[in-house]
Design a protein around this ligand. Structure first.
Ligand SMILES: [Zn+2]
Ligand SMILES: [Zn+2]
Length: 230
């Protein structure tokens, strides 16, 4: 639960840093003559960054909430096997012993269902239990999980770019022209900017790995657990 909350906090932190230290600092235009759209105190580039970065982060949070609250494919307690089970799969009727050990009713375990110890249920086409969304990733919420991973990956890479831009502007501003008067160039800002940059790098790589693994699972029609069992 804590890790799932931390995920949302980290996305909000990235939004705060990008908007405060880059977009509304370096591209801030209080003078209406320099505004790209009258009434919005941003230059053309500033407006572009604002309108592309923030929706990506909002989409990441939304997909995260969907992935963590959606039923991943829980096999209901006490489910009985179908009467006319097609036998072309040559499967034996199995019942989950782990569910029974946990005090649940005798529950049919369909092929490709796996028992998750964290959730306490059998999950259909369970891929893995994801602590970042505090839920299993299975047949029913795989789409939302993948959306969460992709939006987070792109916004993390974008965050790196925006934080890098902030440093670039700072360095070039020092050489050619004085810094804007209200520049809050304190160690506090520098530390927050560096942390946001590191956050972007770490999560861009992490989600890239996760997305390529998940795409591989979908392509092979093999979940991560299936791979482990093989
Ligand atoms: Zn079970
Ligand atoms: Zn689980």
């Amino acid at each position: 639960m804590a890790l799932a909350h931390l995920t949302v906090f980290l996305i909000l932190y990235g939004m705060y840093c990008a908007n405060t230290f880059t977009i509304f600092y370096w591209y801030y235009k209080p003078d209406t003559r320099h505004q790209f759209v009258q009434g919005i105190p941003l230059s053309g580039w500033g407006l572009w960054y604002f309108l592309t970065f923030n929706p990506l982060c909002v989409a990441a949070i939304y997909a995260h909430q969907r992935a963590s609250h959606f039923d991943p494919g829980i096999i209901k307690e006490g489910l009985e096997e179908p009467v006319n089970l097609p036998n072309h799969y040559e499967m034996t009727v199995a019942f989950c012993q782990k569910c029974e050990k946990e005090g649940k009713k005798k529950t049919w375990k369909p092929p490709r269902a796996h028992h998750c110890r964290a959730c306490g249920y059998c999950i259909f086409k369970m891929d893995h239990h994801c602590p970042w969304v505090n839920n299993c990733v299975g047949h029913k919420n795989m789409k939302h999980f993948l959306q969460f991973v992709i939006y987070t990956g792109i916004s993390s890479a974008y965050l790196c770019l925006l934080m890098g831009l902030s440093f670039y502007q700072l360095l070039t501003a020092k050489k050619s022209k004085p810094l804007p008067e209200d520049r809050v160039n304190t160690p506090y800002v520098t530390v927050l900017t560096i942390l946001a940059f590191i956050e972007g790098v770490v999560f861009a790589f992490f989600t890239y790995e996760m997305a390529s693994e998940t795409f591989g699972s979908i392509e092979d029609n093999q979940s991560y657990i299936d791979d482990l069992k093989d």
